[in-house]
Design a protein around this ligand. Structure first.
Ligand SMILES: [Zn+2]
Ligand SMILES: [Zn+2]
Length: 78
């Protein structure tokens, strides 16, 4: 048994996510997103895809990046 970092649920099928120097234990992907996913610097939504990064900010989409002043931001698909 372990305890979810986000909601405190004690559960026997938790999983661990490590992102950069942060590690979290979660009982569901929903809790993992709430606990670990970065937030858009413009609208605050949780970013669960690739997002759009500039030097020190991350945005959910190119539209938010442009609205925040990154005039050359485009959605990249590779
Ligand atoms: Zn949870
Ligand atoms: Zn956004």
């Amino acid at each position: 048994m372990a305890t979810c970092d986000t909601c405190g649920n004690e559960y026997d099928k938790v999983f661990k996510i490590t992102h950069q120097d942060q590690t979290g234990v979660f009982d569901s992907f929903e809790c993992a997103i709430a606990g670990m996913a970065p937030q858009c610097a413009h609208c605050g939504t949780r970013i669960i895809g690739h997002g759009v990064e500039d030097a020190d900010q991350i945005y959910c989409c190119a539209n938010c990046a442009r609205r925040a002043g990154q005039t050359d931001a485009t959605d990249r698909v590779s």
